[in-house]
Design a protein around this ligand. Structure first.
Ligand code: ADP
Ligand code: S3P
Ligand code: MG
Length: 159
């Protein structure tokens, strides 16, 4: 969360004239409600089921830039679908950077729940970082870097 998947993904798609798809936005469009509402009604497990279905579907499309939610990497079938169908970029961000980038938004239920945000992000980072590395074709350190420069670096790698 706050690594810049949605922001960098959208800019990359614009630059390459590809369609941009964000799995969270697709889930919201399909259900007609927002992510916090899904967490409220169905819990995280319900959201993960929807996310898994959506990623299975979206990874069958070609010629798109797909941004996932930060927790999609937890599910082995998501990891297989992503690694098997696309070029996977891990946008790495430190917990400090994530805290700064997510400070204002209130649309991330895992960060709104009771408890210390730093502790939550640290726990998620420890759990997820190895899983991202397992499937990444490219790892980019995003701390202190503008989206524009990250997009330029991705373009250099994929060309
Ligand atoms: N490289 C960056 N530098 C500065 N701010 C960024 C960068 N990438 C994203 N942001 C900002 O951080 C916030 C979270 O970015 P977002 O793209 O939603 O992250 P994610 O989808 O990975 O959770 C947004 O307000 C966005 O404008
Ligand atoms: O890290 C997570 O588990 C989540 C990240 C969110 O997406 P972003 O990573 O785009 O914020 C969204 O899918 C949901 O709130 C759960
Ligand atoms: Mg996002």
């Amino acid at each position: 969360m706050g690594a810049g998947k949605t922001t960098v993904g959208r800019r990359l798609a614009e630059r390459r004239q590809l369609q941009f798809v964000d799995s969270d936005h697709e889930i919201e469009a399909r259900t007609g409600v927002d992510i916090p509402y899904i967490f409220e009604r169905e819990g995280e497990a319900g959201f993960r089921r929807r996310e898994q279905q959506m990623i299975a579907e979206l990874t069958q499309r070609r010629g798109i830039v797909l941004a996932t939610g930060g927790g999609a990497v937890l599910d082995p079938s998501n990891r297989n679908a992503l690694a098997g169908n696309g070029y996977v970029i891990y946008l790495h961000a430190s917990v400090d950077q994530q805290l700064a980038r997510t400070a204002r938004a209130d649309n991330r239920p895992l960060l709104k729940a009771a408890g210390d945000r730093r502790e939550t992000l640290t726990r998620l980072f420890v759990q997820r970082d190895p899983l991202y590395r397992e499937i990444a074709d490219l790892v980019l350190i995003t701390d202190g870097r503008h989206a524009k420069s990250l997009v330029a670096e991705i373009e250099r790698h994929v060309q």
